[in-house]
Write a protein that binds this ligand. Structure first.
Ligand SMILES: [Zn+2]
Length: 310
């Protein structure tokens, strides 16, 4: 009886929160936190490879840390289970107070650790939609919820540690409550997950994401970036503006192939079988890796099919 019940609960959790679907297989005890220096006082923290089935390129979502005499400003909080390791990594950078934490989007690999830093004194900020999404997850610790929220207006700006940090709201892209975080002087932007270079794009339509919004967000990101701006996705490698061009073309190309299949009257299963991503599968790392109950390519094609079918 018991294993069956556990299994069904896991399925319900997986259906409600796709990003949590692989949480069962994450080897939290094996996750080490790597620190990468982006600018004199800006650091990126990421998890180990091959211990998180949903993110074999690096466990959990990337964390940003702006350090200095005005206190620490953080972007995203990783998994709750590795809070001590993240705190230790931050303490190796700077022993000062952790004052602010902003979330790029609602998924647990970016928000589950929020409570750890709220308890350490950080004020949590995010889009109103993100807070609503987190609050709907009944299991969420209230300490994980943002205290300050904002909408789709002008960027919220922080002036700390000689840096200007802009929280730039993004309309319905990867999720319905995305934010990009720009560090003006470091010339770096934390993009969140609407761009990814491990596996195909993931538009979480169950959490308010949209393909149209993701394409608009890519255009806007190109517009506000310089040729040397460091664009830092939630997962995968750091890119430059020029790398967005082939990514955007790939989305449009696969989109038009799926559109043709719909015009031919193909069902979603037939469209999947036609492999509209075939030209890219060999070029994109993780293209055929597991994601959302199939491969990353399948998840992408399913999303395109249902968005275009509307
Ligand atoms: Zn993520």
């Amino acid at each position: 009886m018991k294993p069956a019940r556990t299994f069904s609960v896991a399925l319900i959790v997986a259906a409600l929160f796709p990003a949590a679907a692989t949480a069962q297989g994450i080897q939290y005890d094996k996750i080490e936190i790597k620190t990468e220096k982006i600018a004199p006082n800006l650091y990126m923290l990421s998890g180990s490879e091959n211990v998180d089935p949903g993110h074999p390129d690096g466990a959990g979502g990337r964390i940003g840390v702006l350090a200095g005499p005005d206190g620490i400003f953080m972007v995203d909080s990783q998994y709750l289970q590795i809070g001590d390791k993240v705190l230790a990594a931050i303490r190796r950078i700077d022993p000062g107070p952790i004052r602010f934490l902003v979330n790029t989007h609602v998924h647990p690999d970016h928000t589950a650790g929020n409570a750890t830093f709220a308890k350490a004194g950080a004020v949590l900020l995010a889009r109103e939609e993100l807070r609503e999404g987190l609050a709907r997850q009944t299991a969420a610790d209230p300490a994980r919820l943002p205290v300050i929220t904002y909408g789709m207006g002008d960027p919220v700006k922080f002036r700390m540690n000689g840096e200007v940090v802009e929280l730039i709201p993004v309309r319905a892209a990867h999720t319905g409550g995305d934010t990009m975080i720009r560090f003006v002087n470091a010339d770096a932007i934390m993009v969140g997950d609407f761009y990814r270079n491990f596996g195909y794009p993931f538009i979480d339509t169950n959490n308010g994401g949209s393909l149209k919004g993701a394409l608009e967000a890519l255009d806007y990101l190109m517009k506000i970036s310089g040729p040397n701006t460091k664009l830092i996705p939630g997962h995968g490698t750091i890119i430059k503006r020029e790398d967005i061009v082939p990514y955007r073309s790939m989305i449009l190309d696969v989109q038009s192939k799926v559109q043709d299949l719909i015009k031919q009257g193909k069902t979603q299963e037939e469209a999947l079988a036609a492999k509209p991503t075939a030209a890219y599968d060999g070029k994109i790392p993780g293209a055929l890796g597991a994601a959302g109950g199939g491969t990353s390519a399948d998840r992408f094609v399913r999303m395109l099919y249902s968005e275009l079918k509307k």
